[in-house]
Write a protein of this length. Structure first.
Length: 516
């Protein structure tokens, strides 16, 4: 048990999305409608009163999936991960009665309580032992299982649930309540990217589709949010440890047009980001992401996403950002009357500091609509970005030893502006290179359904419009330093930018190239 819970520190660190105050994650209101006398009595005498709790939560619900959702949400809202027990190394009872009394649990406690509540609601639920990939995973798994989760029978099908990962995350030695549904009701095939049962019968797939430990270890880390955002692989899938001999491209499909996507890599040891080492091309629901490495070092590759039609803000800030910028600016806004004192108080009441890593975290309460809306008003007034992204895919990537990378001082791909990440139907056809050379003849071509006009500009100067051709693409040929040159011809020619216009008059930046 001690070994299992040691692994769970890594699991919880990777469990939650970096989004806050989003309308997408909504908790069932029944979890807060339980009468106070029932809530108090179930903690005092669980065996006697747990049936009353479950009845109150699920009464009148004919659909078993709704019953499971309410039970899942109540546990997430009321049971905290027991960080103190974990770090003490002294694991106490994890039966459902002990969990209800203490309102804290480790993974076995979450699973046992979930099973008990489902049983009382008339839903069949079982415990699954196995392995989970999370933060710190390195293409190997221990001999013994390192995690437990549940399967519930809905109709004739088994659905998978991991309440532990949906309840929150460990940040250093502190549990942060952080509700999620990314591990609720994933299909068995989707769950197998992250969870491998010890008993193969708990994979719940046809015998021809069972996966082995070796296959599980080689596949990338694909969390539940990958599928929540509507991603699916459209061809080759990266290995967890991918070796390349040059740029490699992976294709995806997206079910929702409102999803914005970013890709990136960072050095695996230092976690320093490698700039301009990934490139995204998107047309409708088809998405291609190219990855390359600048040197022969080992890197981690990431894909991030957010809903462009939702207002989402970070769920934590560094101490220096919060105390040195956000809070002083918010106080200044309150003094000037730009925000109210109540809105400022909502901000200060909503975040607390974790001393171990010097960060401020959101005190999550999805039902405090007034507080949450006040915080969003402050963030809007501060002009914070409302498009925080979360990780949907991760794998390691390195050169094959012969190929040594594109070069540490080279800009591989153009720099993309935020507006491009929010596009749903725009792709750069040419040139897909980060650096252009002064004096070269360059063919610019853009395929887009988002913009009525496309233009290029040197050093932010005069716009040169591209012409729409018979294939529907915007294109133009320009010699750098001759057809395209800085407005002030004596100025250093350092960059070329591509702009798009949705109305034919106002232009926004899409990409920028460095010019040498």
């Amino acid at each position: 048990m001690k070994h299992t819970n040691k692994i769970l520190l890594c699991l919880l660190l990777a469990a939650l999305s970096p989004l806050a105050l989003s309308a997408r994650e909504t908790m069932n209101s029944r979890v807060r409608s339980v009468p106070s006398d029932i809530s108090a009595s179930v903690a005092q005498a669980p065996k006697k009163n747990v049936q009353a709790l479950v009845t109150n939560l699920t009464e009148g619900l004919a659909d078993d999936s709704l019953k499971v959702r309410v039970i899942h949400d109540w546990i997430c809202d009321n049971i905290a991960y027991d960080a103190e027990m974990y770090f003490s190394g002294k694991v106490k009872k994890q039966d459902w009665e002990s969990v209800l009394k203490g309102k804290k649990a480790l993974a076995p406690g979450y699973v046992d309580l979930f099973n008990k509540m489902c049983s009382l609601a008339g839903v069949e639920s079982v415990t699954i032992k196995g392995w989970f990939k999370g933060f710190g995973y390195g293409d190997s798994i221990p001999d013994d299982p390192n995690h437990v989760w549940n399967a519930v029978k809905i109709g004739s099908s088994w659905k998978l649930v991991d309440v532990t990962l949906d309840c929150g995350s460990l940040e250093q030695r502190t549990f942060i309540k952080r509700y999620s549904t990314q591990w609720l009701f994933l299909s068995p095939e989707q769950f197998l990217y992250s969870h491998l049962p010890e008993d193969s019968s708990h994979q719940y797939v046809d015998s021809s589709r069972l996966i082995s430990k070796e296959q599980f270890k080689t596949e990338p880390y694909v969390p539940g949010v990958f599928f929540q955002y509507g991603f699916s692989f459209d061809g080759n899938v990266p290995d967890y440890r991918t070796t390349i001999s040059g740029p490699v491209t992976y294709d995806f499909k997206l079910a929702s047009p409102s999803v914005s996507v970013l890709g990136g890599i960072c050095e695996k040891v230092t976690m320093v980001k490698a700039d301009n080492a990934t490139w995204i091309s998107r047309t409708g629901n088809k998405l291609s992401i190219s990855f390359d490495v600048p040197t022969a070092k080992e890197y981690q590759a990431f894909v991030y996403a957010c809903h462009s039609d939702e207002e989402t803000y970070p769920w934590f800030f560094s101490e220096s950002d919060f105390d040195g910028s956000i809070l002083p600016k918010a106080k200044k806004l309150a003094s000037s009357g730009a925000i109210t004192k109540d809105e400022l108080k909502s901000l200060t009441d909503s975040y607390f500091k974790v001393a171990h890593n010097r960060r401020y975290y959101l005190k999550e309460d999805l039902f405090d609509e007034t507080r949450n809306e006040n915080v969003k008003k402050v963030f809007r007034a501060l002009k914070l970005s409302a498009a925080s992204m979360e990780e949907v895919l991760r794998f390691d990537i390195r050169s094959d030893g012969v190929y040594t990378g594109f070069g540490g001082n080279i800009i591989k791909y153009p720099t993309a502006y935020t507006e491009y990440t929010l596009c749903q139907n725009t792709a750069l056809v040419s040139p897909v290179a980060g650096t252009l050379k002064n004096g070269d003849a360059v063919h610019f071509e853009v395929a887009t359904g988002d913009y009525k006009a496309v233009a290029v500009s040197a050093n932010g100067g005069e716009l040169k419009k591209l012409t729409k051709g018979g294939n529907g693409n915007f294109a133009g040929d320009y010699t750098l330093g001759q057809d395209l040159m800085p407005k002030d011809q004596k100025a250093a020619f350092t960059s070329v930018s591509v702009f798009g216009s949705k109305d034919g008059h106002h232009y926004e930046g899409l990409w920028v190239y460095q010019v040498k």
